[in-house]
Write a protein that binds this ligand. Structure first.
Ligand code: FO1
Length: 310
């Protein structure tokens, strides 16, 4: 079965570890957020692409959920010594990825071409596509600071500041990367990963043509709720929904995705909300969604494939 997965970072990467075990890799396409990308020390850093790559390759730091296991930080120590930008930590081995990506981009390669090379080098069999090869940046309006970049909000401010608006700079003019629209049009299942709807999935949907392509196949679209018992497992999804005037619950997630998603997988702790999700015209499926081990992860991946209103 051909599967397209709309991805942010850590939650999507975990679900992909299961999907790549239950779907032939050649039939799996991950379409990833690049709104978190940043230029730092002259390097192009693509956190969600790298989190997906390192996680599905079994090389991610299990403690952090990003970067590489067994990483060292000597280059960052030098940057700190010189008084450079050190609030965003790039590990010594991880730096190699950014050096390679930046060099290839400077030679004229597209982000999707470089990503394909990186993924192949890690021996991964599925396709990882940036949502766009063009510049797209998630911008967050912090209540006390005005508009800042996503990583300034997420890492420098530790997402500990109220947000009044989110904007995707470049969204009007960017184009979907090659293969992205085709992957959505051809997929038998489209899975919206349990990533932050506001700052991880929405930037992907902001790429012109992508939201419509997904919405037109709504019956085949399955989302996994990133909100469990009213809380995000990781990150600020619950607070962002609340700050933007939405309900921080599986029902709020259903409302956010109402035009896009035919089925919503919700955790067993949220079973009581299934009727409210159904009232939105979305089929609720109650299952274990906390991917604490490979057995649960693979079962969740299977549920994503089984579930369809078509
Ligand atoms: N997250 C942090 O909380 N602090 C960091 O210093 C940090 C560095 C970093 C470097 C490379 C990378 O691929 C990811 C990194 N992340 C860091 C995670 C990143 O900010 C988030 O995973 C995403 O952008 C949100 O999906």
């Amino acid at each position: 079965m051909t599967v397209a997965v709309i991805c942010g970072g850590v939650g999507a990467a975990k679900l992909l570890t299961g999907l790549q075990r239950v779907v032939p890799p050649t039939e799996l396409v991950a379409i990833a957020n690049v709104g978190d990308d940043l230029e730092l020390h002259g390097l192009h850093v693509s956190p969600d692409l790298d989190t997906i790559t390192y996680t599905t390759a079994g090389a991610v730091s299990t403690e952090r959920g990003w970067g590489l296991e067994g990483e060292t930080w000597q280059a960052m120590e030098m940057v700190s010594l010189y008084g450079g930008v050190d609030w965003f930590s790039l590990g010594d081995r991880d730096l190699g990825t950014h050096l390679y990506r930046t060099h290839r981009l400077s030679q004229g390669a597209s982000l999707s071409e470089v990503t394909a090379q990186i993924v192949a080098a890690w021996g991964l069999g599925f396709q990882l596509l940036p949502a766009t090869d063009d510049r797209l940046r998630t911008m967050v309006t912090a209540v006390d600071e005005g508009e800042i970049t996503f990583q300034e909000y997420f890492v420098r401010r530790q997402h500990d500041v109220a947000v009044t608006a989110v904007r995707f700079d470049g969204a009007e003019t960017c184009k979907p990367a090659p293969g992205v629209i085709e992957a959505v049009e051809q997929a038998e299942r489209i899975v919206v990963a349990p990533s932050n709807p506001v700052v991880s999935i929405d930037p992907v949907l902001a790429v012109p043509g992508l939201r419509d392509a997904i919405a037109s196949r709504r019956d085949r679209v399955v989302a996994v709720s990133p909100i469990i018992g009213g809380k995000a497992l990781k990150g600020p999804a619950d607070r962002l929904l609340d700050e933007l005037g939405r309900e921080a619950s599986v029902v709020g997630v259903g409302q956010w995705y109402q035009d896009l998603v035919g089925t919503l997988l919700l955790d067993t702790v949220d079973a009581e909300h299934a009727p409210a999700v159904a009232d939105l015209g979305i089929t609720p499926v109650v299952t274990d969604t906390i991917m604490s081990d490979p057995v649960v992860t693979d079962e969740l991946a299977r549920r994503c494939l089984e579930t369809s209103t078509s």
